[in-house]
Design a protein around this ligand. Structure first.
Ligand code: GRF
Length: 203
């Protein structure tokens, strides 16, 4: 399966995905990495791995629709079949999300549906929960609300700060996202038309 990874920054999730697809057992190949911001670390990681990169700088577009349209053109240019949002910090428009429904995954640093939105790690700390985690889900039009593919739980320690907790969650992300990528890229799981995730075993 031809995969695009969309990033906005450091790219540690991208790094985990690149290591995953190098395995002989992988059903996926990353054919392009797209960043909405120039010169971020994630682009260097991709270049070092010999993966083609593109920058689509959202500041250069008058509307979200035009920005999304340019992203879509790049995805078509590379014959992409599956999109992974790995620390991609832009909200995508309805038409784009609908076109890629069932073919676009996002990672969020909490156990959805708890703690949607930004600063999910901080929300968990402030809520006083003892367990949080990360979620890989299909992207739906409602933000952080699509069908869940993989989750991993992470304990919150009494000594935790936002940074120490975020680091522990990120380590879980680096296991959860590659696992979810393989499930979807191999066809083991699909998104049903009613928005629910189904395991497509051979009937
Ligand atoms: C991660 O914390 C992820 O949960 C959030 O953005 C961050 C991505 O980090 N979506 P990186 O760019 O993959 O290192």
């Amino acid at each position: 399966t031809r995969v695009a990874v969309l990033i906005s920054g450091t790219g540690t999730n991208l790094q985990a995905l690149m290591e995953q697809v190098k395995k002989p057992s992988s059903s996926a190949e990353i054919v392009v990495v797209i960043s909405n911001r120039p010169a971020v670390m994630g682009l260097k990681r991709a270049a070092l791995a010999g993966i083609q990169t593109r920058v689509v700088d959202h500041k250069l577009y008058g509307s979200r629709a035009e920005f999304d349209g340019t992203i879509d053109k790049v995805l078509e240019e590379f014959g992409v079949e599956l999109v992974c949002l790995a620390g991609f910090m832009r909200i995508l428009t309805g038409p784009f999300v609908r076109k890629w429904s069932g073919k676009m995954l996002n990672i969020h640093p909490s156990l959805l549906p708890s703690f949607k939105g930004v600063n999910a790690q901080k929300q968990a700390l402030q809520a006083g929960v003892r367990v949080t985690g990360c979620t890989v889900h299909f992207v739906a039009e409602e933000v952080d609300a699509g069908a869940i593919v993989v989750q991993e739980a992470v304990p919150i320690l009494v000594t935790d700060t936002e940074d120490s907790l975020s680091e522990r969650i990120r380590e879980a992300e680096h296991r959860a996202f590659p696992a979810a990528l393989e499930l979807v890229a191999s066809g083991a799981v699909k998104l049903r038309d009613d928005g629910r995730m189904v395991w497509s075993h051979n009937v």
